[in-house]
Design a binder for this molecule. Structure first.
Ligand code: MG
Length: 336
């Protein structure tokens, strides 16, 4: 079992702004695990606000030794091993987990989604994020997202109403709203959610601070739209902590430390009667395909990495009728 990796700057088409913070690229670690001449590919997307970097990932990977790992892979054993090396580091752990799943699929000559009994026919629509910008650039972004049937808007500032009006002046597509913890008054947030419902919004992500579960729960109790936790939930253990505070959860491979734990989170969310949105960071086709493999098990998808980046080093998977298309190719189905 050989592990190799390299860092890569994944460029954003437009500088990315959320709540007063902008960047032009995302540091990514592309990782390969080879066994018997077959290579599995993984990826860590390390958005700065999550705290990982090329440096932390390199340091973590220098500790990883997978020579003990037997095939078929026991992913529970893998994640326990990675967690025992160091806490945190979910993105670089995800890179290892994704590469092992790609390798597993190739060794078994079957697509990754079949490892999870995920049915490509049940693929949900994927939303594409339209970042906060001038009215003219918003118009251009909406046009570029033409293939999407649902758009996602990042709100959470004083300009929320203006932004919704700007989007509504160019498209009547359904919208998902992500407040990214930006709202600070629960009554005002709830009033605004009623307005957003009238404006064709279908769900709200993380209305208020993750550190204020009471206010988020207050909104959830009264909201006419599903309220989804994002920043409040990283890994499996966090699901128990949000009971009653949200209608659903945004699961991302870069938070969950990979596909195995994301799948466990999907199972647990169903038991807890939580709806599931599967999301992403800015990612290449590798992590995009990994999330897409699990998306049919979820209610909504927000897997828009390839729409928002300009130098994806791999072929972009096929996108049709607003959905990613999973193929029968073994592993993730990545095309080089
Ligand atoms: Mg979010």
């Amino acid at each position: 079992m050989r592990v190799s990796f390299k860092s890569f700057e994944l460029l954003l088409k437009y500088p990315f702004r959320i709540s007063g913070f902008a960047r032009t690229f995302t540091p990514v670690m592309l990782l390969e695990i080879s066994r018997d001449g077959i290579t599995g590919r993984g990826e860590a997307s390390m958005v700065p606000y999550m705290g990982e970097s090329v440096e932390t990932a390199t340091r973590f990977l220098s500790k990883v030794d997978l020579t003990w790992l037997k095939h078929p892979f026991n992913y529970q054993e893998v994640i326990h091993y990675l967690d025992s090396l160091e806490e945190g580091n979910p993105a670089v752990k995800a890179a290892i987990d994704i590469a092992l799943h790609d390798l597993e699929g190739k060794l078994q000559n079957r697509p990754c989604y079949s490892l999870f009994n995920s049915d490509p026919e049940k693929m949900p629509l994927t939303s594409v994020t339209i970042g906060i910008d001038s009215a003219e650039i918003i118009r251009q972004k909406v046009k570029e997202a033409d293939a999407a049937r649902v758009l996602k808007v990042k709100l959470g500032s004083e300009e929320d109403k203006v932004l919704i009006e700007a989007i509504r002046s160019v498209t009547d597509k359904p919208l998902y709203v992500d407040a990214n913890q930006g709202w600070t008054n629960k009554e005002r947030a709830l009033d605004f959610i009623y307005l957003l419902k009238e404006a064709g919004v279908e769900l709200i992500e993380q209305p208020m601070s993750k550190n204020d579960p009471e206010s988020n729960a207050w909104i959830t109790e009264r909201s006419p739209l599903p309220i989804i936790a994002d920043e409040s939930v990283q890994r499996l253990g966090d699901l128990e902590k949000i009971k009653g505070a949200y209608h659903g959860v945004n699961i991302k491979l870069m938070k969950s430390a990979g596909m195995h734990e994301a799948w466990q989170m999907i199972e647990r969310s169903r038991q807890l009667n939580l709806k599931i949105l599967i999301g992403c960071m800015s990612e290449t086709s590798v992590a995009t395909l990994a999330a897409t493999a699990l998306a049919p098990l979820c209610d909504w998808a927000d897997i828009d990495g390839p729409f928002l980046t300009s130098n994806n080093p791999y072929n972009t998977p096929e996108f049709r009728d607003g959905k990613w298309i999973l193929t029968a190719r073994p592993g993730l189905g990545l095309e080089l």
